[in-house]
Design a protein around this ligand. Structure first.
Ligand code: FPP
Ligand code: MG
Length: 298
C-alpha cells in the first residue's frame, strides 16, 4: 500500500503541470516513509488514508528541503542535497510548492485532519527556530532541548497517528500519544547515531550535530559529568570542525561516563511505553514498529 502513497504523491506533483518541479521532485531521496507506514497500519488503506499519507510525506519532504538550507547541509540521505546541487532558492521554493499543494489537498480530505496537521506544522516551524537559537551557543538546557525535539520531530508523527485514528474512528488520544513517544525516541536515537555510527552508515559526517552547534542529550550529560577543565575543553570544540583526535577525546569521555547508555535508556523508556500502550489495544503491528526503532542503525 505504500506504493499507492508513492503514486498519489506523483499524481499531486504532476497536477502542478511544471516540468521543472517534476524534475526536482525526481531528485529527492525517497526516505523511509515512516509516517505513511504508521498511518496505513493504524487506518488501513482507503483513498482518504492514502491521500492523508501523501500530504504528510510532502510536508515532511518540504521541511527537510528547508532544513538543509538552514543547516547548510550538502547531503541528504547520502545523496547531494537540492540546496547543494540546485541552490538555496530552488530548494526553498520546491519546499513551498510541496507544502502548499499538500495543504490544498488536505482541505478536501477533512477539515478536522487539516487542523491537526496544520497545527503540527506550526510546531515544526517553532521547533526549527528553537533549534537554530539553541545551536548558537553551548547550553545544557535539557528541558529546552526536549521541547525542541517534540516540536521539530515528534509533532508531525503525533499528527500522523492522530489523523489516522480520526480516519479509522479509533481513540485519537491513545494513538496521538503513541506517535509523540515514537517521534521523541526517533529523534533521540538519531542524535545518538550521529555519535556512534560511521560516516558511511549515516550518509553524512559523524559528530556532525556538535559541529553544526547542536548540543544533543549525550553532550548535555557529558558536560554534567566532566571535571571543570574538561568542561571548558568540550565547550571549546562546540560549533567548529572536529579533528580526528578531538573526536576520539569526545568518544572516550562519553564511554567513561556512560552517557550514550544514559541517553539510550531514555529513548528506550519512551519506546517501552509506546509498545505497552499498543499491546493493550491489541495493535501488535504498531508495537513492532516501535520495537524496530530501537534496533535501527541509521
Ligand atoms: C531535521 O532536523 C528537521 C526537521 C525534522 C524539521 C524541519 C522543519 C522546518 C524547516 C519548518 C517547517 C517548514 C515547512 C515548509 C513544512 P535535523 O537538522 O536535526 O536533522 P537532519 O540530520 O535530518 O538534518
Ligand atoms: Mg538538518
Amino acid at each position: 500500500m505504500i506504493n499507492a502513497v508513492e503514486r498519489k504523491i506523483e499524481q499531486y506533483v504532476s497536477e502542478l503541470d511544471d516540468a521543472h518541479v517534476s524534475s526536482l521532485y525526481k531528485k529527492l531521496p525517497r526516505g523511509k516513509r515512516l509516517r505513511s507506514k504508521l498511518i496505513l497500519k493504524i487506518a488501513g488503506s482507503n483513498l482518504k488514508v492514502v491521500k492523508t499519507s501523501a500530504t504528510i510525506e510532502m510536508i515532511h519532504a518540504a521541511s527537510l528541503l528547508h532544513d538543509d538550507v538552514i543547516d547548510e547541509a550538502n547531503t541528504r540521505r547520502g545523496k547531494i542535497s537540492i540546496n547543494a546541487s540546485h541552490g538555496n532558492k530552488s530548494a526553498i521554493m520546491m519546499g513551498d510548492i510541496l507544502y502548499s499543494k499538500a495543504f490544498f489537498e488536505l482541505n478536501s480530505i477533512s477539515s478536522e485532519i487539516a487542523k491537526v496537521v496544520s497545527n503540527s506544522v506550526v510546531q515544526l516551524s517553532l521547533g526549527e527556530l528553537a533549534d537554530v537559537a539553541l545551536s548558537k551557543s553551548f547550553h545544557t538546557n535539557k528541558e529546552a532541548y526536549l521541547r525542541m525535539l517534540y516540536q521539530k520531530t515528534a509533532s508531525l508523527m503525533e499528527a500522523s497517528a492522530e489523523s489516522a485514528a480520526i480516519l479509522a474512528g479509533k481513540d485519537r488520544v491513545a494513538y496521538r500519544d503513541y506517535g509523540r513517544k515514537l517521534g521523541m525516541a526517533f529523534q533521540m536515537i538519531d542524535d545518538i547515531l550521529d555519535i556512534v555510527s560511521d560516516e558511511k552508515t549515516l550518509g553524512k559526517p559523524a559528530l556532525h550535530d556538535f559541529e553544526e552547534g547542536k548540543v544533543t542529550l549525550p553532550y548535555i550529560y557529558l558536560y554534567e559529568a566532566l571535571q571543570e577543565e574538561e568542561k571548558q575543553y568540550l565547550v571549546s570544540l562546540h560549533r567548529k570542525k572536529i579533528t580526528q583526535n578531538e573526536a576520539k577525546w569526545i568518544k572516550v569521555a562519553m564511554k567513561k561516563y556512560n552517557v550514550i547508555e544514559k541517553a539510550s535508556l531514555e529513548a528506550k523508556e519512551l519506546i517501552g511505553e509506546a509498545i505497552a500502550s499498543m499491546e493493550r489495544l491489541g495493535e501488535y503491528d504498531l508495537s513492532k514498529i516501535a520495537k524496530s526503532m530501537i534496533e535501527r542503525e541509521f
